[in-house]
Design a protein around this ligand. Structure first.
Ligand code: GCU
Length: 693
């Protein structure tokens, strides 16, 4: 195994311990026949070398022709140049696959037990190889293997919020950026391993720099992001650095994208406007796109944050977002590139929840085919729990992508255990009624090329990549759910746990339960669990830390008052509820039918308002805050009981995090319940609030 000073995450490839399984795998995989084609097949060979060596406990033999072994072999290649593949797979089966799909099949060929991995493209074979290695890592039987698979969503992109030239990562909690722009185009070993990690989950795109591409020193700017200079990556002298990274990602089937500044024609070029309807501007973007594709023929395209938090955009020229995005779309179109245009805008409205829909819904059908509207899962901003954004289901004529936050900005950062997978599952299952009953969010992301997922990355220079060892699941799970959004959170968590911590069933079960129960606990102690949000500390000099409790800083987000709490988003208030379709406006608008977990998001209710089971609002808030802390204590105990079954180093690291999480959860609880009490003046029925000094 290659020795590095950082972890392998879920690519541990631990030796298979079941002797029968091991011999069945050795028979079919110790010899591997891999065709000699494009760059991805070099990655296939390398992965088989590392993976099979680890899993089978013996170095595999790699062949360029069918091996004659007593047992059998693994074949990775196309039908055209491998007889064994033609024997196992019909032409029609592969012809029908998209460019990332593959077939894995066990077969008997000339008296030998074989397994074939085949596809139309090298990328397909790469993804198929990772699938096979995953099955072996999980100890699945392969004697009757028969998998025909393609990704459901076409766009599965990781968004780095890394600040080039500074090395910092906005909302990153795992150390500095792994991308070293000073030394690029020199390549670090770590880039290759990062690309392996991404490809193994099925991710196929990476945006290498922050959406905030310049220091926004204008009105509305977010000071936490001061000093960005990502716009410079578009300068000709920096393109060779981008091209070098693209070489690494290409080998692993991942396309490279850049976040660009809307005013690039002025910042990078020497125009005096970035007005999208000006011919000079159009010509500038075309020239820049041509230059980029000359250097990086498979360049993915651009990600744009426009007219948001101080970043420039088409509003500067009185143009709308479709006009703004389409000029970039036209420039990239001849090269098969794509624009991801973010729908994250807010400012004018008292209730920021309503704005994205009001801005974008009227533009449905106006966006160029190669523009994708990238919509955050909820209408506020990656809060522990939010309702689903009303834009899903409201833009049938537009390509949409769902933006999820892999990094834990509001869910405990690098310290708290919080699997986002159950949250994502909840979002993906939501029935928008966009195209009638049964139009779930996940159905809206898989229809066309240009639709899919974007995830804000959580990786950095830390040895374990993600700060918290358990946070590796959020990266892994993002890729898996983007590949197949019908997979369940628990299923993905279980496969991650087995690959990461070994196949011991009780370890897998315990780790899975800890991960599955971590999010509800965080919701309880950080929000009180019935629809409140955004109660975190804002920090000095507006440097938002988003980690510590600070409910008193945000009364406009909680609607707290002496008479009650929550925000009225029904027709008598901001009316956000009416942006939904089907039964949702009515359901959300009535406190009797509004789901309890979102109640105070949609309603301002008296403290003594009774919930279904007769408990009052204030009492439920108290109870949930206390229960959240108890839940974290229970998770800590379960982790602690794994001592001796999980390697000591990782066990200790996570145990230390849990100790800290309990302390922080208590702070959150105490801060929130005191705050609620201060306004409500109602003591806890169980005598816990007011708190003893
Ligand atoms: C949040 C986050 C910012 C980020 C922004 C975005 O507001 O705190 O750091 O820039 O989202 O998604 O653009």
């Amino acid at each position: 195994m290659v020795v590095t000073d950082y972890d392998d995450c879920w690519l541990q490839y631990d030796r298979v311990d079941d002797p029968d399984r091991l011999s069945a795998y050795r028979r079919r995989c110790l010899h591997a026949y891999v065709s000699e084609e494009g760059p991805e097949l070099r990655a296939v060979r390398q992965e088989l070398r590392v993976g099979l060596d680890g899993l089978l406990g013996r170095e595999p033999h790699l062949w360029q022709h069918p091996p004659r072994s007593q047992d059998g072999f693994l074949a990775v290649g196309r039908r055209d140049n491998m007889e064994v593949v033609r024997h196992a797979v019909d032409a029609a089966e592969v012809d029908g696959l998209d460019e990332e799909g593959y077939v894995l099949r066990a077969t008997e060929w000339e008296g030998q037990d074989c397994v074939v991995v085949t596809a139309n493209t090298d990328r397909g074979m790469l993804f198929g190889t990772f699938h096979l290695l995953r099955l072996l890592s999980l100890g699945e039987p392969i004697a009757d293997l028969d998998v025909v698979e393609e990704p459901r969503a076409k766009e599965r992109v990781i968004d780095h919020w890394d600040n080039p030239f500074r090395g910092s990562v906005e909302r990153g909690y795992a150390g500095q950026s792994i991308f070293d722009w000073e030394t690029l185009p020199d390549l670090r070993e770590r880039y290759w391993d990062y690309a392996r990690l991404l490809a193994s989950t099925g991710i196929n795109g990476v945006v290498v720099n922050n959406v905030n591409t310049e220091k926004p020193d204008r009105e509305g700017a977010n000071d936490a992001i001061a000093g960005m200079e990502g716009w410079q990556l578009l300068e000709s002298e920096n393109l060779e650095k981008v091209a070098a990274l693209a070489t690494v990602f290409r080998r692993y089937g991942v396309r490279t994208f850049l976040s660009v500044n809307y005013a690039a024609p002025m910042l990078v070029g020497d125009l005096d406007t970035a007005d999208p309807l000006e011919d000079d501007v159009e010509a500038w973007w075309k020239r820049k796109a041509d230059e980029l594709y000359e250097r990086i023929p498979d360049f993915g395209g651009f990600l744009v944050k426009a007219d948001s938090e101080g970043q420039r955009g088409p509003y500067d020229y009185d143009r709308d977002h479709a006009e703004g995005a389409n000029v970039l779309g036209r420039a990239l179109e001849p090269h098969d590139g794509r624009v991801f245009w973010r729908a994250f805008v807010y400012s004018e409205h008292e209730d920021r929840a309503v704005q994205a829909y009001e801005t974008f819904e009227p533009l449905d059908g106006e966006f160029h085919d190669n523009v994708t509207l990238q919509i955050k899962n909820g209408p506020i901003d990656f809060q522990p729990r939010e309702p689903v954004s009303t834009l899903f289901g409201a833009m049938p004529e537009t390509n949409v992508a769902c933006e999820l936050q892999i990094t834990q900005e509001y869910t405990g950062q690098g310290v708290h255990a919080c699997s986002h997978l159950p949250q994502w599952e909840e979002v993906l299952e939501f029935d928008t009624h966009g195209d009638g009953e049964g139009t779930e969010v996940r159905d809206l992301l898989v229809d066309r090329a240009g639709e899919g997922f974007a995830g804000v990355a959580n990786v950095g220079e830390d040895r374990n990549w993600t700060g918290h060892d358990l946070a590796q699941l959020n990266l892994y799970g993002f890729g898996r759910l983007a590949w197949d959004p019908t997979l369940g959170s628990e299923e993905v968590t279980r496969e991650w746990a087995a690959q990461t911590f070994g196949r011991n069933p009780s370890v897998v079960e315990t780790v899975t339960r800890i991960q599955e129960e971590s999010w509800p606990a965080v919701i309880d102690y950080e929000t009180g669990g019935i629809g409140l949000m955004h109660m975190m500390y804002n920090g000095e000099a507006r440097l938002e830390n988003h980690y510590d409790p600070g409910p008193e800083e945000w009364p406009e987000y909680t609607g707290i008052a002496e008479d009650g709490i929550g925000l009225d988003r029904t027709p008598s208030g901001s009316d956000y509820a009416s942006q939904y379709q089907g039964p949702w406006p009515a359901r959300y608008a009535d406190p009797e039918t509004c789901p309890e977990e979102l109640l105070l998001f949609f309603h301002h209710l008296p403290w003594e308002h009774e919930l279904d089971d007769g408990t009052t609002v204030i009492q439920r808030l108290y109870d949930n805050c206390f229960e959240g802390v108890e839940a974290v204590r229970a998770l800590r105990e379960r982790w602690s009981a794994l001592a001796g079954t999980v390697d000591e180093r990782r066990h200790r690291r996570v145990a230390e995090r849990f100790d800290e999480q309990v302390v922080q959860a208590e702070r959150w609880r105490d801060s929130l319940v005191s705050y609620f009490y201060e306004y409500a003046g109602v003591p806890d029925e169980r005598g816990r609030v007011p708190l003893d000094d």
